[in-house]
Design a protein around this ligand. Structure first.
Ligand code: XMP
Length: 310
């Protein structure tokens, strides 16, 4: 792919389609939405409104870091604080499918509200070729985004979805992101699931439990990301295990460390993390994350296990 040519053509296309109307982009910090956001901003400047929906399920400082990266590139990002809405929707749920459904419904309702309130006529969406294939195969619903956010495309609301990178696969999107000046932190970013840390919590998703898995995730990333895994993270189980902390017995939390190697996330192998790193992880997580008494490293391949837990 001639990436410079691709970028120039797409910018022209977006300019032509959107004209002098307003467009909105929901940034997640992932490479797809980041590439589309910067592409659209280069095309239509401040007629693009960029929002980051803070659902409370992101990693440590993620919304602020992503907003700063874009601010450095001259793009203002509005962080929309919707944490309370998400936590009340997830309250009391423990079944993985219920959690995912509640997340999805809340996301679409919040997103739809933001789109409608923005006065935008165009929605810039980071759909990539794999999403379209998976939508056709019934795995994803991403392609019907207007309907998902409660906007009927036939009802004349005037909304249109613009998908600038829909013919590219992930490596192509990474190239575009790099070409447009996004830092390596974004263009080589590990996949992070839409429902965020909720996919790494077994049992109820509460602010306290999210804080625990978030802190453990920071430690796991600090220790394992230098090994360049496909994906690595911490998981909080609902089971407990006895530990002794400062001379006292404690029935504490169990954290699983998961790190996998994969090409396309369809199959995965556990990362061969050196023993000294694993031992350091166990020590750090039990001392730095309050309430955790045990740490285990996961060895399961995909299949039979999935990469995420929920
Ligand atoms: P699983 O857990 O199914 O994950 O083996 C495969 C890949 O997909 C990511 N994943 C998601 N990504 N929304 C996303 O955008 C989701 O709901 C979701 N669930 C899983 C996962 O992180 C892995 O890279």
């Amino acid at each position: 792919m001639d990436v410079t040519k691709f970028v120039n053509e797409k910018m022209e296309e977006i300019k032509f389609t959107v004209g002098s109307e307003k467009a909105i982009s929901a940034l997640s910090g992932g490479v797809d939405s980041s590439a589309c956001t910067i592409l659209a901003h280069r095309a239509i400047g401040d007629n693009l409104k960029v929002i980051f929906i803070d659902d409370g399920l992101m990693r440590e400082n993620e919304p602020q870091e992503v907003a700063q990266i874009f601010a450095d590139l001259g793009i203002k990002v509005d962080i929309v604080d919707t944490k309370d809405e998400f936590f009340s929707a997830l309250k009391g749920l423990t079944d993985p499918e219920d959690v995912r459904k509640a997340f999805r419904n809340t996301f679409y309702s919040v997103f739809g509200r933001e789109v409608r309130n923005s006065g935008a006529r165009y929605l810039i969406q980071g759909t990539i070729a794999a999403d379209i294939i998976e939508t056709k195969g019934g795995v994803k619903t991403q392609h019907n985004i207007l309907e998902q956010i409660g906007i009927d495309p036939d009802e004349g609301y005037g909304f249109k979805v613009v998908e600038p990178v829909k013919e590219l696969f992930k490596p192509g999107v990474r190239e575009v992101a790099k070409e447009l000046g996004l830092p390596e932190k974004i263009h080589q970013r590990m996949p992070f699931p839409g429902p965020g840390l909720a996919t790494r919590i077994v049992g109820e998703v509460t602010p306290e439990r999210v804080a625990k898995v978030r802190k453990a995730t920071t430690i796991v990333e600090e220790e394992i990301v230098p090994l360049k895994p496909f994906q690595t993270f911490a998981v909080l189980l609902s089971d407990k295990g006895t530990g002794v902390v400062e001379g006292e017995r404690r029935f504490g939390d169990i954290i699983i460390v998961r790190s996998v190697e994969s090409q396309d996330a369809m199959t995965a192998e556990p990362t061969e993390v050196p023993w000294d790193v694993l031992k350091r992880l166990a020590k750090r997580i039990t001392t730095e994350v309050p309430g955790v008494s045990r740490v285990a490293y996961e060895l399961t391949t995909k299949p039979p296990a999935t990469i995420e837990y929920v």
